[in-house]
Design a protein around this ligand. Structure first.
Ligand code: HPA
Length: 251
């Protein structure tokens, strides 16, 4: 049985092509899975293997900004836990807050700031809702990512991902604030999924592909087209890194 699952973000769907003997199931055919989505997000479960390692991919996610539901990915993530998945690797596209981390970079998310004020566990009544987030990102998985990046010659940045609700991009003033508050990258996803995955008892690692500098850092206007165009550039390297991480577990 597969032990690892992967969530693919905007423009990173090409990673799904690496899966061999793939079985593909559109979300629409799975009861309770989120239908519809954003351009650049396919919306299907892909099960198969990369190298020797069995894997389940969630290709496409639902964002908080689509329907105002921070828990939109709860059922898919709980399904993963139910079928025996132990670790979840999340990916996204993000804006950089650091001059030394240009578009095309790959960043290991080592921590996050939930700037949206939303939480996918609002309304959950059991005491399990008080999920500890001190070690939200799994130390062993981060070590493995660093080791593999070094071995593969892939530059791997590290930093804190700051979740803005979107869908509008940030203003230059918000980006100046985000930099002062300790963010290294900004984006509109992933944080609720990390919370849900920890709630479900999964170990988590997460990566950003940097598609642009934050608003106002260059003077250029931001766009989703730019995100989709740039994501595959860093996405290719992130794909190699994740594939190598998987082989490390099952050489
Ligand atoms: N801000 C928020 N989300 C993003 C960005 C950004 O600059 N780039 C890609 N996703």
């Amino acid at each position: 049985m597969p032990q690892t699952a992967l969530v693919l973000g905007s423009g990173l769907g090409a990673l799904a092509e690496q899966v061999k003997d793939a079985v593909r199931i559109p979300y629409g055919e799975l009861e309770g899975f989120p239908a519809g989505g954003v351009s650049g997000h396919a919306g299907e479960v892909v099960a198969g293997h990369i190298g020797q390692t069995q894997i389940v991919l969630l290709s496409g996610r639902v964002h908080y900004y689509e329907h105002g539901d921070a828990a939109a990915m709860r059922l898919p993530i709980e399904c993963l836990a139910d079928i025996g998945i132990r670790q979840l690797i999340l990916t996204n596209s993000a804006g950089s807050l650091r001059e030394d981390m240009p578009p095309g970079s790959v960043m290991l998310i080592t921590d996050h700031i939930n700037w949206s004020g939303m939480n996918p566990l609002i309304g959950e009544s059991s005491d399990r809702r008080f999920v500890g987030m001190t070690n939200a990102y799994h130390a062993g998985m981060m070590k493995s990512a660093r080791r593999v990046a070094k071995a593969e010659g892939i530059a791997l940045h590290e930093g804190a991902y700051m979740w803005f609700s979107g869908p509008s991009f940030e203003t230059p003033a918000e980006i100046r604030m985000a930099r002062k508050l300790g963010g290294d990258a900004v984006g509109m996803s992933t944080v609720p999924e990390v919370i849900l995955a920890r709630f479900a008892g999964l170990d988590v690692a997460a990566f950003s592909v940097i598609t642009n500098f934050g608003a106002g850092m260059t003077g250029n206007e931001l766009s989703h087209d730019e995100t989709k165009e740039m994501a595959p550039k860093g996405g290719e390297r992130l794909g190699r890194l994740i594939a190598a991480m998987l082989q490390e577990q099952h050489p």
